[in-house]
Design a binder for this molecule. Structure first.
Ligand code: GP9
Ligand code: MN
Length: 685
């Protein structure tokens, strides 16, 4: 009893006691808000533990600043508490609308009162949101009523410093534990939700502030003359697209199917006598498909987002992190959806059965000019529907029909699949091919999820045929990056029935599919060496849309003059003749290592320089935000705040005012949903 009494006295009558009260209340309420207002998806004991404790270190550090002051301490601590709570409050509101956290670039770009942000946020505030301030109010009451007495004695500096030191150590420990659970957490910039889940909402603010400051410095250094040198380079390296293909797909819908982690070797691959991807194999060989067998991915740490960056903009991802995450919100772009919309009236949309905040898609797509973005929140997600990073592909396609059929045509639609994603897990009911037997656990499920993806594609294709959409659509299939990384060489060799797996084999293994499929298209298997950076130019030529005077680093792959130098993000390259991995050169065909004479050495160095020039100029465009200086007459700058991905608003636009050019309208105002047949066990009635 005595003890409790003296503890109570310590709490209410000393400065450290007061600090403890404020900190504990701040900690508990933050944790409560994590659980009730955000959707952070902490799974497993480690993530749950970090979620629980992560408000403490930064709370201690920041509230601890108040301890340095004498008399005013109490009020400074409360003021800091108020600011931290305000940040929490603002994020509760923002998150409700956008399923993401506020960032400094969002705050900066939505400064004006006329935009959607202010309006929509005012409308969604709940009375209960204000409860976040209740602890502060309670403390003030306790101070006024003198239940808590202000202790005017200054603390010893040593004690102050000790508190801050402890806070920093806890922060470091938290970070170490987080990095262990999720490597690349801070360098790869996956998702703001991850930072908050692992490190906390204040650490997220610090991280975001640091990143923003960094990008602002780079941007401030850039100027119009940087753009001039980029334009000069592009002009002197211009390659005329193939006139025979110019405009052959004019006015068609463009349906881009993102084949997650799908490598070229899967095409035609058999396991235990069974084709792994029969539907894609068929498309690959059809006479109205242009298929590439020397097409490479070029992604860096940004993986999927790098692939998207290249396909939408013909700009490379960055050396580290994800360009879409770091620059997607604030940079100016001249992207495929905006070009197609402005030049040819396309409706533009992305559908994805995963979280909208991943890779900062929910912001970057606005900068790209996408009119619609339908992430997971647009889909029903029942138990068993979701695996890994999103809805299973068959379920995703099934539920996408009702949206696709409402899109005004022509549309440019990207559908991002995700079931074939590391670690290639699939529930028993959905397995219809055996695992491979290399003994490498992360590799052996790959054929199973790829097979599942292929079946989903088959179902979508049958729907397209049934509805006649196939006659009006140019389909683009691409694999975003490897599924089996260079860390699984033994298993890779086994899959390819090779004795060993060298560095060059690994480079060759970076091939992914690229196919353009359309009724009447003059197809065939094309052996040109090309890569993700080239897709946009190739597509624009097929559509007969403006492809001159653009800041794009790729070339039309159908052009006879395509340079066929495939850069890798780390500076390695591959051409039909030569390859470079690290500091070694090889003959691409034979795999033999080159011991170059002087002449050949000069040639190889020239290619290598070409690759690094290309990469660094593209980097300059992104990190200097150079497109903000570029104002061609034919392109109107995209204003991200003109776009709103709110579900209710998007669906209202699509459903309430049906377009006469939509598939639904043309199908006598009836849905084509029943034409989509799926064998997904989860959807069996
Ligand atoms: C998540 C998905 C995965 O939405 O696109 O991205 P990845 O891990 O492949 O980069
Ligand atoms: Mn991916």
């Amino acid at each position: 009893m005595e003890r409790t009494k003296s503890f109570f006295k310590w709490l209410t009558q000393t400065k450290l006691g007061f600090f403890t009260i404020v900190l504990v209340l701040f900690w508990l309420k933050t944790y409560f808000i994590y659980l009730t207002k955000f959707n952070l998806g902490a799974v497993g004991p480690m993530q749950q533990f970090l979620l629980l404790i992560n408000p403490i270190p930064s709370g201690m550090l920041l509230l601890g600043i108040g301890l340095f002051k004498g008399r005013k301490s109490y009020w400074i601590i409360l003021a800091i508490d108020f600011l931290l709570t305000l940040w929490l409050f603002a994020n509760i509101l923002y998150y409700r609308e956008f399923s993401n956290f506020l960032s400094f670039s969002i705050i900066k770009t939505s400064g004006s009162t006329s935009d959607n942000l202010g309006k929509s946020i005012a409308g969604i505030t709940l009375a209960s949101d204000f409860l976040v301030f209740i602890d502060i109010a309670a403390i003030i009451v306790l101070l006024i009523t003198k239940v808590i007495k202000i202790d005017v004695r200054p603390l010893k500096l040593k004690v102050n410093l000790l508190v801050e030191l402890l806070a920093l150590s806890l922060m470091g420990l938290n970070l170490l534990m987080a990095q262990k659970d999720r490597s690349g957490l801070l360098t790869r910039t996956f998702d703001n939700n991850y930072i908050v889940k692992y490190l906390g909402i204040n650490e997220y603010a610090i991280y975001d502030g640091y990143k923003t400051a960094q990008t602002n410095v780079q941007m401030a250094k850039a100027n119009v003359s940087d753009l001039r040198s980029v334009r000069e380079y592009l002009k002197s390296n211009y390659v005329k697209p193939n006139p025979a293909y110019n405009g052959v797909a004019k006015g068609k819908n463009v349906l881009v199917i993102h084949l997650e982690s799908f490598q070229q070797f899967l095409i035609g691959y058999k396991w235990k006598g069974k084709e792994v991807t029969p539907n894609l194999n068929k498309i690959y060989h059809q006479k109205d498909t242009i298929s590439f067998d020397n097409f490479f991915n070029q992604v860096g740490q940004g993986k999927t987002s790098d692939a998207e960056m290249m396909l939408e903009n013909s700009l490379f991802g960055l050396q580290s992190g994800s360009a879409m995450s770091t620059y997607g919100t604030s940079n100016t772009f001249e992207s495929a959806p905006a070009i197609l919309h402005q030049q040819a009236g396309y409706t533009t949309a992305v559908m994805h059965g995963g979280a909208g905040s991943f890779w900062n898609r929910d912001n970057a797509y606005k900068s790209f000019g996408y009119q619609y973005f339908m992430p997971l929140s647009f889909y029903k997600n029942k138990p068993g529907y979701y695996i890994g990073y999103g809805l299973k592909d068959k379920i995703f396609f099934d539920q996408s029909i009702k949206y696709i059929e409402r899109l005004p045509q022509p549309f440019y639609l990207k559908m991002i699949t995700v079931t074939n994603h590391y670690p290639y897990n699939l529930d028993k009911k959905n397995q219809s091919i055996d695992k491979t037997n290399t003994g490498d656990e992360t590799v052996d499920g790959y054929v199973q999820t790829a097979h599942y993806l292929d079946q989903a594609i088959g179902e979508l294709m049958r729907w397209m045929k049934k509805t006649g959409l196939d006659k009006k659509t140019l389909l683009v299939f691409y694999g975003d990056h490897y599924g089996i990384s260079g860390n699984h060489r033994k298993a890779s060799a086994e899959l390819l029935k090779k004795d060993s797996f060298s560095d060059l084999d690994n480079l060759q293994f970076q091939r992914v599919p690229l196919m353009f499929h359309m009724k009447g298209l003059k197809g065939g298997i094309n052996h040109t060496y090309g890569s993700e950076i080239d897709v946009l130019q190739t597509l624009l030529n097929l559509l007969g849309i403006k492809d001159k005077d653009t800041i794009q680093f790729g070339y039309d792959l159908l052009s006879k003059d395509a340079p066929q130098i495939v850069a890798q993000r780390n500076g390695d390259f591959i051409t039909p003749e030569y390859s470079k991995v690290g500091s070694d050169y090889y003959y691409t065909k034979t795999g033999e290592r080159i011991k170059p004479d002087k002449k050949l050495k000069a040639k190889l160095t020239a290619i290598s320089n070409e690759v690094t020039t290309q990469l660094s100029l593209s980097d300059r465009v992104i990190d200097g935000n150079l497109l903000r200086f570029y104002r061609p007459k034919w392109f109107t700058k995209v204003k991200p705040k003109d776009y709103d991905y709110n579900k209710a608003a998007s669906l209202k636009k699509l459903f309430d005012d049906p377009s006469k050019t939509s598939l639904w309208y043309q199908n006598h105002k009836k849905s084509t949903q029943k034409d989509f047949k799926t064998d997904a066990p989860e959807l069996k009635k």
